[in-house]
Design a protein around this ligand. Sequence first.
Ligand SMILES: Cc1ncc(COP(=O)(O)O)c(C=O)c1O
Length: 366
Amino acid sequence: MNLSQLANPRILDQPVYEPGKPIEEVAREYGLHLDQICKLASNENPWGASKLAKEAARTSLEKVHLYPDGSGHQLINKLSSLHLLGSDQFVLGNGSNEIIELLGHVFLQPGDEVLCGKHAFVVYKLVALLMGAKPVEVEMPGLTHDLHKMRQAVNEHTKLIFLPSPNNPTGTANTEEEIHTFVRSLPEHVIFCFDEAYAEYLDSPPDLRPLIEEGRKVICLRTFSKIHGLAALRIGYGYGAQEMIALLQRARQPFNVNAIAQAAALGALEDDLWVTQCRKRNADGLEQLAKGLEALEIEYLPSQANFILSKPGDGRGLFTELQKQGIITRALGPSLAPYLRLSVGTEEENHRLLTALEKTRTIFGA
Ligand SMILES: Cc1ncc(COP(=O)(O)O)c(C=O)c1O
């Protein structure tokens, strides 16, 4: 009997998440120097983390021989004062990805259905499959989440609904009003997860706290990987009703979030000015990319996040061509084959990308 025969059969069918290609791998593959490569593939913050966050991380290195505070007390208190919610309304995760997985552990059983948009962040579907639940992908006309269609897809088997807004990879967002109406219309057996990974890029992100206060079954997710520039440290959090959080706390590992990440996240939350500056620079970057794409006559979707979904015609082909020039972007699955996702970089990186796109024009499809 081999190991695969001993494995949970679900694992054998589990699709593997394909992350943005690491700089080192592209350097090896194309014989390029690391400095020649710019990565616009994973929606990271091209200006990095705030100085306060980095200083806090460095200071915390002195205590790496000690286990972290497994309860994340200090950070959770800070989050509680920022969001004006109780400290028992927060759970920390090893990236917000971990909280998506915790939701699966806590709520999903074989036979349950998990609703998400057809072009939503792919991890929702992966977690559903991992737990033996059935992902139900709802059509997204115009590549935007259509909450009427999502409501129509709810049935007695629906357990969890994921809505990322702004969504990755489309960059589209839903309004607070439509989200409130949608959540209030849901039956009692359905849990709604609002993924706010890119919320800080919006001028005024939807506020779902009234829904939590009303007792709706809502969990909101945030991350430090995007505007806070701490992707390497893996830290995110969820907030919701005490009962929801208590259930998620049961499913996590005792020390799921390391001490360096906790310290850096606290530092990041002290630096509002950095967040405001990054939001502004990102808006400028989006404009630069949009104008450049228009000049090249490449279609794109207006974005509310830190990336832009372009439609050059042959996403994968262009992805490979750009890599030869040291630029890593993100090609997408078969349903978005003509598209290429471009993360906003620094002004110089965006310029490099646009210049490279111009050079590779000949391979653009229709
Ligand atoms: C919509 C969305 N949610 C969640 C995440 C996960 O973020 P992290 O696990 O780094 O916190 C991402 C990362 O790209 C994302 O795009």
